[in-house]
Design a protein around this ligand. Structure first.
Ligand code: SF4
Ligand code: SF4
Length: 140
């Protein structure tokens, strides 16, 4: 499976009306998957997933068009510490946390939005969840 990186695109009031994401996709011919978008006429954020081999050129293309680009941290769950209490479950805004048939807690890392959120991290009484840099987690 193709390795993907996540990048957070921050649009300002000045550039939010421009079709910048579509322009970058057309110019580079590289697919970009939108994970979440919190945006209105005053600006906002779009979290996207891009092929890791193309991340540098994609970041440059957005920055050249005035978009602020950052690399969000992603969650890393220590299953040995988790005792399936469910305290994290109700907080997740994107339903990335669920219960398995045996009532163990399961994290869907593809749905989790990472450091723009991080609500589950502080909620965990066992300190089982951390936010880590993408590349340190990808190397595991
Ligand atoms: S960081 Fe946020 S989105 Fe990700 S699992 Fe935790 S609560 Fe859900
Ligand atoms: S809050 Fe922590 S211990 Fe409780 S289910 Fe979530 S990860 Fe596991």
């Amino acid at each position: 499976m193709k390795k993907m990186d996540r990048i957070l695109l921050r649009f300002s009031e000045e550039n939010v009306e421009e079709p910048i994401t579509a322009q970058v996709i057309l110019e580079l011919g590289i697919p970009i998957r939108i994970v979440t978008a919190t945006i209105d006429s005053h600006g906002g954020d779009i979290l996207v997933e891009v092929p890791a081999v193309h991340v540098e050129e994609i970041v440059k293309a957005f920055r050249d068009k005035g978009v602020v680009v950052t690399f969000p941290k992603l969650i890393d769950v220590d299953c040995d510490k988790c005792f399936d209490c469910g305290a994290c479950y109700a907080l997740c805004p994107v339903d990335a946390i669920s219960f398995d048939e045996d009532y163990s807690v399961v994290f869907d890392e593809k749905t989790c939005i990472g450091s723009p959120c991080g609500l589950c991290v502080n909620a965990c009484p066992a300190r089982a969840i951390r936010l880590v840099e993408q590349h340190s987690r990808n190397q595991k």
